[in-house]
Design a protein around this ligand. Structure first.
Ligand SMILES: [Mg+2]
Length: 127
């Protein structure tokens, strides 16, 4: 067997075995921590679902921004349509609003309060 192939096979075997033992340890950890992550109500499930969805939409927006900056693979850039970024911004905003409704957050109040804080900080720093 050629030496390079032997080294590759040994590396592959070591990585694979390490991943297997790591996965076993994680499985034990999951069994110990599972009760802490139980969702009790449909509302909690809705909030978790919308939070995961928001992460997906932010990822899609990031993907489009990477394309605009030409930081993607050629194949992705070839399929990219610049106009799609409007839809991705809308998806993020709509999903945030849906999450706020599910979590019982008054968005107008939250944004208003935060903008006030930012303005105060900005004005304070300018003095
Ligand atoms: Mg989207």
């Amino acid at each position: 067997m050629p030496r390079k192939l032997l080294i590759c096979l040994t590396l592959w075997y070591n990585i694979n075995m390490n991943l297997k033992s790591l996965q076993e340890k994680i499985k034990i950890l999951n069994e110990k921590t599972r009760p802490q992550y139980r969702l009790y109500s449909p509302k909690e499930k809705e909030i978790l679902t919308k939070t995961v969805k928001l992460n997906e939409e932010v990822g899609e927006l990031c993907n489009d921004i990477l394309s605009i900056l030409k930081l993607q693979r050629r194949a992705k850039l070839d399929k990219f349509d610049r106009r799609n970024i409007y839809q991705e911004f809308a998806d993020v905003i709509i999903t945030v609003m849906q999450l706020a409704v599910a979590a019982g957050v008054d968005v107008e109040r939250a944004v208003g309060d935060k903008l006030k804080k930012i303005e105060e900080r900005y004005l304070k720093d300018r003095r």
